[in-house]
Write a protein that binds this ligand. Structure first.
Ligand SMILES: *Cc1c(COP(=O)(O)O)cnc(C)c1O
Length: 412
């Protein structure tokens, strides 16, 4: 017996749900790649990516690549073999970015904050002050670590770097956070920012994005690790084809154009607030379930829990059984625990194209699964999520009833 027939919900932290409008925008014939509408799509997407990254002084780049490609683009464009970078470890992803650096000959030092805590800016400041010789060429961090569910205070780390008076470049992974929460490249002193298409940007996987500020572009001129495919200088050339170092990923670009239009139409502040509310509703539910003892938040400090993904520890029960029940019986797919949470947790994504129905449905399915599997949990998690949303979103924000299309049709 299953209850699976119907719309399947994907609640994994990437790839995220692709809106129908984005899918439809990609459903069109291939087009010419040197002139015509694709050129305009590229130029407007590059401009709008700068706005999303919060930079007016930087340049943006689009790669036919996933987030790992964007990571490599960031490293190779500004560093040389033997350069040292400082990785701020807060889960899994900063470490993986660092490993990519090791592979290409960069010396990596990790300042680790464990799997359950955010970066401590004071520790970064102290480490940089101790580097009087200026050996550290770049600091690498992520805004939201998708493995641990931690959100780091990027602005505070930017201030710590400034306070240390150190000339390091500041490189930030916003792959699981851009378009889900504020990101201000210029204001926060970020030199290189990276993201991908398939998380907050609601587009299928396959596009990697990088923004480079003036200091990064200056470092680029003498960087020794540059390669033809990732190279910013080559991509800055006047020919459209050069911007992709070959054939543009045109259908993904049409999808991206539509997705960005949707984000701007909703308004970025409204997008961030929607994420905050749906994340908080999720946290209210998890908080109640945790009273049963088997479930707990991976991130210890409530203020360091991300608005795009919640990582839940599961002890004394099988998280895989929980995920299986949700998927096989109910048609809701949760994220698997990774890193320290592999086999010890699940991840609930609330990122990108999600609304109250999808999140409340997802939470209700999790609570159903906890009951069916006999996993100890506090009852009423979903009710707590509902109560939170009902109090947080007043009816004044809702479109007046007389504007309802149904009413117009009914002539009432
Ligand atoms: C998903 C993710 C990545 C990796 O992106 P891919 O597209 O899978 O290569 C890197 N960093 C963070 C924070 C992510 O969430």
């Amino acid at each position: 017996m299953t209850l699976r027939n119907g719309h399947e919900f994907l609640a994994i932290p990437g790839p995220t749900n692709v809106p129908d409008a984005v899918l439809n925008a990609m459903h069109r014939p291939a087009v010419e790649i040197y002139t015509g509408p694709l050129v305009e799509t590229t130029l407007t997407c590059l401009e709008d990516l700068k706005r999303l990254f919060g930079t007016s002084t930087g340049r943006s780049y689009i790669y036919a690549a996933n987030g790992h490609g964007a990571w490599e683009a960031a490293l190779t464009n500004v560093l040389s073999r033997g350069d040292k970078v400082l990785v701020l470890g807060t889960g899994r992803f900063p470490t993986l970015w660092g490993e990519m650096g090791t592979f290409i000959g960069v010396e990596v030092e990790e300042l680790t904050f464990g799997f359950r805590q955010a970066v401590d800016p004071a520790a970064v400041e102290a480490r940089l002050k101790a580097d009087a010789a200026g050996q550290i060429k770049a600091v690498l961090m992520v805004q939201v670590d998708t493995a641990s569910g931690v959100v780091n205070d990027v602005a505070a780390v930017g201030r710590a770097i400034a306070a240390a008076g150190h000339g390091t470049l500041f490189m930030v992974d916003a792959i699981a956070s851009l378009a889900t929460m504020p990101f201000e490249m210029d204001a926060w002193g970020i030199d290189v920012a990276v993201t991908g298409s398939q998380k907050g940007l609601m587009t299928p996987p396959g596009l990697g994005f990088v923004a480079a500020g003036p200091r990064a572009l200056a470092a680029h001129r003498s960087a020794g690790l540059r390669t033809a495919y990732w190279d910013w200088t080559k991509r800055d050339g006047p020919v459209h084809y050069q911007k992709y170092c070959g054939t543009p990923p045109e259908h993904l670009l049409f999808g991206l154009r539509q997705a960005i239009d949707m984000l701007f139409e909703e308004g970025l502040d409204a997008v961030f607030e929607r994420h905050r509310l749906l994340a908080e509703a999720t946290r209210r539910a998890v908080g109640v379930w945790a009273e049963g003892g088997a479930l707990s938040f991976n991130v210890l400090d409530p203020a360091a829990r991300a608005n795009s993904i919640t990582a839940v520890r599961v002890e004394g029960a099988d998280p895989q059984a929980l995920r299986s029940y949700c998927t096989e019986v109910c048609g809701v797919t949760l994220g698997e625990g990774i890193g320290e949470l592999l086999g010890h947790g699940v991840r609930i994504a609330h990122m990108g194209h999600v609304n109250a129905a999808m999140m409340l449905g997802t939470l209700a399915v999790v609570e159903t699964a906890l009951g069916a599997l006999g996993i100890a949990h506090g009852k009423g998690g979903v009710q707590a999520a509902i109560d939170f949303l009902a109090a947080a979103v007043p009816p004044a924000d809702v479109r007046p009833a007389e504007e309802s299309p149904l009413r117009r049709v009914q002539g009432s």
